[in-house]
Ligand binder design. Structure first.
Ligand code: ADP
Ligand code: GLC
Length: 494
């Protein structure tokens, strides 16, 4: 692709600065991949209280900037940080909104009621930044409900601006289960047009729905896997938004996320005890032993370990797993290494299992990136019983670590894991369809019996899994093509 673009990435989290899930991984690796191709990328995100000042500090001087929210003029500080010649981060420092214990909710998991104001402010600040810096932008790329407002501002506030007026709006939905639905009291502060508070755009049973408005105003909307794009056109998966996605027609597509194989590579991972690769798997046994030690599991190499790393939320299937995990450890020779945090009820249940099943179930309730790597490396299987999964990154990491995924065949899990076929030993993992405890139990049983009884199949699947390539290469090509198309749509050239 010849024409290099100016891309504004506006996002609520990006590693290593702030991460609550896969969005942060994508918001770090996609800009990097685009910048490598020669595009100029600006990433605008909040300066949260939890971000260490050293991470943000750079040779460039912070500057102040005004942002109009409705009739209210706000002033914030912007900290620029150049990553390389094509990639610049801008941290929006606005303590009133971002100096809090969490990103979206407090420690008791209660959403901040002023979230629409907080994240609409971030969205608007990103656009004002382009004006302030006098950068002519080709594409504004927003992510999830948090920055959906940028799509509306682009089309209704800045359409005549020399720097933003030609820009296309691209919105990526990473998870349609979270839509940014809040009471309408902040509507005038948000500064959206009165006429846009209607059921086709922002209004949702009397509330504001930010994602819905973003879908309306975006030139192109995508989600993070082809299967999830199809699923969300169906009411069973769309949380009410399928009619609005259908309205986009072929301007709604699925693009599979890539993985950052620099961070997730067993041959170069500094966070695991011994590195390994397809040609030398000895290191994996050392990682397994270390994981058993760390998680207080019986140190026996022959027992398979099933790893799990995820937010503990309904979406991830923990409630179904709760109904069968004890039967699994009672009836099968297997261990669990579980890492996660989220719903308090789930945290209590899974957090108490190690005491009830010492040596068989290890659980750490919390967030720990190093342990996430160690679980990927030390486990034999990786379980993701998700009810829905827009893309899912951990199964992609698992494949690379030779840790066979056991997944529900939904969304990106279905797109990235190839079903094991017992008659010829093909496949890269184990998939099931029904979102039931029984199906989890049976599929874990199938995987475990393959581990014990069909060793050659298991070993061949490991090699096949490790050779899979879900790097950003191909997805970046697709984003480039879609950006070009969005620019045409925005400028009514097609
Ligand atoms: P989602 O974004 O829905 O949470 P993904 O599979 O796309 O799911 O991404 C989750 C990311 O967050 C992965 O990089 C995973 O390793 C990480 N992660 C989730 N929970 C934890 C945790 N408790 N500790 C460390 N990393 C975690
Ligand atoms: C969301 C989804 C997850 C996806 C991630 C990154 O959090 O739940 O499936 O991988 O976003 O796109």
């Amino acid at each position: 692709m010849d024409k290099k673009l100016n891309i504004l990435f506006v996002v609520s989290e990006s590693t290593p600065y702030a991460k609550s899930g896969g969005l942060a991984d994508v918001a770090a690796s996609l800009p990097l991949a685009l910048a490598k191709r020669g595009h100029k990328v600006m990433v605008v995100m909040p300066y949260y209280a939890s971000i260490a000042p050293d991470l943000v500090r750079s040779e460039e001087t912070p500057f102040s900037m005004n942002v109009w929210m409705g009739d209210c003029e706000e002033w914030c500080l912007v900290h620029p940080k150049g990553i390389n010649k094509n990639l610049n981060y801008y941290f929006i420092d606005f303590q009133k909104y971002f100096f809090r214990e969490g990103y979206y909710h407090n420690n008791a998991m209660q959403d901040y009621p002023d979230n629409p104001s907080r994240f609409a402010f971030l969205s608007q600040a990103a656009l004002y930044l382009c004006k302030t810096k006098q950068i002519r932008v080709d594409v504004v790329h927003a992510h999830d409900w948090q920055t959906s407002a940028a799509m509306a501002y682009l089309k209704t506030h800045h359409q005549n601006c020399a720097f933003l007026g030609h820009a296309a709006g691209m919105l990526t939905i990473h998870n349609i289960g979270y839509q940014g639905k809040y009471p309408r009291d902040s509507y005038s502060y948000l500064g959206f047009r009165e006429q846009d508070f209607n059921p086709r755009i922002f209004e949702d049973y009397g509330d504001i729905n930010l994602l819905k408005g973003g879908i309306h105003f975006a030139d192109i909307v995508n989600t993070v896997s082809p299967s999830y794009a199809n699923e969300t056109l169906n009411p069973a998966f769309s949380y009410g938004l399928d009619p609005f996605l259908r309205l986009k027609g072929d301007r709604y597509i699925g693009i599979l996320n890539g993985a950052d194989y620099e961070e997730w590579d067993p041959a170069a991972d500094p966070l695991i005890v011994k590195k390994y690769g397809i040609k030398n798997m000895n290191g994996k046994a050392a990682c397994k032993l270390a994981l058993q030690q760390r998680m207080n599991l019986y140190q026996q190499e022959y027992i398979p370990i099933i790893g799990m790393v995820s937010r503990m939320a309904e979406q991830k299937g923990h409630y179904q797993l709760r109904e069968c995990i004890e039967a699994i450890v009672n009836n099968m020779q297997v261990q669990f290494a579980i890492l996660g945090s989220g719903d308090k009820e789930l945290e209590h249940y899974f957090g108490a299992l190690p005491e009830k099943y010492p040596g068989l179930i290890g659980a750490y309730i919390g967030y720990d990136n190093a342990l996430a790597h160690q679980i990927e490396a030390g486990s034999d299987f990786f379980l993701m019983p998700s009810l829905y999964e827009p893309c899912g990154l951990n199964q992609i990491y698992s494949l690379r670590y030779g840790t066979l995924p056991i997944v529900r065949a939904t969304g990106g899990l279905d797109d990235t894991v190839e079903q094991y076929v017992e008659s010829d030993g093909s496949g890269t993992g184990f998939k099931y369809y029904d979102a039931t405890p029984r199906a989890i139990y049976d599929t874990v049983g199938w995987a475990v019996s393959t581990y014990y009884d069909r060793r050659e199949h298991y070993a061949a699947m490991q090699r096949r899994a490790m050779k899979q390539n879900f790097s950003w290469e191909e997805s970046t090509n697709l984003y480039e093509t879609v950006y070009q198309r969005a620019i045409k749509v925005a400028n009514r050239e097609n």
